[in-house]
Design a protein around this ligand. Structure first.
Ligand SMILES: *Cc1c(COP(=O)(O)O)cnc(C)c1O
Length: 397
């Protein structure tokens, strides 16, 4: 059978591929330590699990909901957004989706005509560019420099802006770098977007996972004008340890949200009903579990960061949020005589049984991504193995 040109152009997600490879090796009996996963290792808090079970037992979960989600869940999203960030949205400005990933997919389908351009700061989350291409848009990659804490500047944005620039994606705190934009920086970018009528796609999925007294400011909170220019993407996966439940949401102008609703009604229909009841409890119930998990990530970061920076050739600034480290290992590659990061990552897995993700999938082939969403023992053992691996490679030559 023939495969369409569009489908042939899509790259599979490198992070999912890397964790699948690690899992397969583990299943085959290998003692692999995986730092690949982009998900919390905690199981979903009990109160949330129970809300889902109740929705199943009571029969409510047997049925479709409206394809854009339960009205009470939209209300819960509105209230949480109001409590957390002081922002007010109407129910018609909210949509519940099958994960934040599908909110992004539906959004690009709505925003883009063929050849419309979307500015994507590099390093980027693996799916942005591919999703833009699936919507017949053109990703315009702008390299955020390590010297600038992996943040793009206004001058860079202005240098790539064209008549076809339709949107810019911001992901703060960032996957993979953990960088958070300041209010001043967001104000500048926001004003620029308003001035040129460029839609700001603000992926706030790590907004609650912020450490060591750093703060997350959503760009939508900077001014009313900027809020109107922004579509917020968020979800329960990362902050409530609910990746498997597949609940995300978007907030923004009613006409965009309605158009996304039409796409949902012809594609996924509603996200699983039991998952929606679980998300309802996540947003309305106690937030103490979120804080407990945040503290655990913070403790791991603070413990593991000094050991990672001490690895030969590793260059990495301490992340402010999310749960990844994204060291630049250019010097390490030279010391170990590797031509590229992919070979290093493959050998590390095969010879030392440590799985990490190549930076190439994030547009940054000088880096690797290590997730610290795993227990400390695993992290510490992984660092020991990486250290031994590097030492042995240096000695080999
Ligand atoms: C995990 C992740 C998402 C998608 O999350 P869902 O599980 O689909 O809700 C979106 N953006 C970034 C940056 C992520 O890391």
């Amino acid at each position: 059978m023939k495969i369409s040109k569009k489908a042939s152009r899509v790259e599979p997600s490198v992070t999912l591929a890397a964790s699948a490879k690690a899992q397969a090796l583990k299943a085959a009996g290998s003692d692999v330590l995986s730092l690949t996963v982009g998900e919390p290792d905690f199981s979903t808090p009990k109160n949330i699990q129970e809300a889902a079970i109740l929705s199943i037992k009571s029969g409510k979960a047997s049925y479709y909901t409206g394809s854009t989600g339960l009205p009470e869940l939209k209300q819960a999203v509105i209230e949480r957004t109001k409590i957390d960030y002081g922002l007010t949205y109407e129910p018609k400005e909210v949509i519940i989706t099958t994960g934040a990933k599908f909110a992004l997919y539906a959004l690009f389908q709505v925003l883009l005509d063929p050849d419309d351009e979307v500015i994507i700061p590099v390093p980027y989350w693996v799916s942005y560019g591919e999703q833009v291409k699936l919507a017949d848009g053109v990703p315009i990659y702008v390299k955020a420099l390590q010297e600038n804490d992996y943040k793009i500047t206004l001058a860079q944005l202005e240098s790539v802006r064209t008549e076809k620039t339709q949107a810019i994606i911001l992901n703060s705190p960032s996957n993979p770098t953990g960088t958070i934009y300041t209010k001043t920086e967001l104000t500048e970018i926001g004003r620029w977007a308003v001035k040129h009528n460029i839609v700001i796609v603000s992926d706030d999925i790590y907004g609650k996972l912020v450490y060591n007294d750093h703060t997350f400011v959503p760009i939508s909170s900077v001014s009313e004008e900027i809020r109107k220019q922004t579509i917020v993407i968020n979800g329960v996966s990362k902050s409530y340890a609910m990746t498997g439940w597949r609940i995300g949401y978007a907030l923004g102008q009613a006409n965009i949200i309605a158009a996304m609703g039409n796409i949902l009604s012809q594609t996924t229909s509603n996200p699983a009903t039991a998952s929606q009841y679980a998300a309802l409890e996540a947003l309305n119930g106690t937030q103490e579990t979120v804080e407990k998990m945040r503290k655990a990530f913070e403790m791991r970061l603070n413990t593991i960061y000094p050991k990672i920076t001490a690895l030969p050739g590793f260059s990495v600034k301490k992340p402010q949020g999310a749960f990844y480290l994204f060291p630049n290992i250019q010097k390490t590659l030279q010391m170990c005589h590797y031509q590229n990061v992919d070979d290093f990552v493959n050998d590390l897995l095969e010879e030392s049984q440590v799985a990490v993700v190549t930076g190439a999938g994030f547009g940054s082939p000088e880096n690797i991504r290590l997730s610290y969403a795993t227990n400390l023992d695993t992290l510490e053992e992984a660092v020991r193995r990486i250290s031994d691996f590097i030492e042995s490679k240096i000695k080999e030559h």
